[in-house]
Write a protein of this length. Structure first.
Length: 187
């Protein structure tokens, strides 16, 4: 697994052994960033504040930083994933532009440093966590109006976002489906 583009292009990322952490594949990550770069009615990554929720190794958030995002907050609870995440941040020398929160996505408090422009949400498949995490992001003020949220779920997993979100696009990548949402804070 490596960074696909930007200032860290080609740099390797570490991942914990076993199947408890399921990093988004290089190919799926590239496709997700292509959709973001070519306009899904959301902000560009350049200068954006992003959050990587259920971050695992941090591959998505670190890819966003490599492509020009200003700051990334990572949310993860699994000890092995946290160890890999911190190692990846340190290896890329991105400690100044990141914050790691060891907390559950469904129990988030207020966002550190303010709301986010782009949020990546990659919960364990088929556990219904995306809905609860999206609701928590709204309740705690994690989203700027117009923020784009990319939710990765299993290809056939049902996912009904709260009414404050507009579905912009859905793309299936093998066993995964990425759902691109736009947050409407005035809904």
């Amino acid at each position: 697994m490596r960074i696909n583009a930007g200032k860290h292009k080609g740099r390797q990322l570490v991942a914990p052994k076993g199947k408890t952490t399921r990093p988004t594949s290089d190919m799926a990550r590239e496709a997700i960033f292509n959709v973001l770069a070519h306009g899904v009615a959301g902000p560009q990554l350049i200068g954006a504040r992003i959050a990587d929720i259920f971050a695992g190794t941090g591959a998505i958030g670190l890819e966003a930083l490599s492509r020009g995002a200003d700051f990334a907050t990572f949310v993860e609870t699994a000890p092995a994933a946290l160890k890999a995440l911190v190692e990846n941040i340190e290896n890329l020398r991105e400690t100044e532009r990141t914050k790691v929160l060891k907390t559950s996505a469904t129990q988030l408090g207020p966002p550190p440093g303010g709301a986010f422009d782009v949020v990546f949400l990659d919960p364990p498949y088929d556990q219904g966590l995306s809905q609860a995490a999206l609701e928590r992001l709204i309740e705690q003020g994690w989203l700027n109006d117009g923020a784009v949220v990319v939710v990765e779920v299993a290809a056939k997993e049902a996912m009904q976002p709260p009414g404050e979100f507009e579905v912009l696009k859905e793309k299936t990548y093998g066993a995964a489906r990425a759902v691109f949402l736009k947050y409407r804070g005035d809904a």
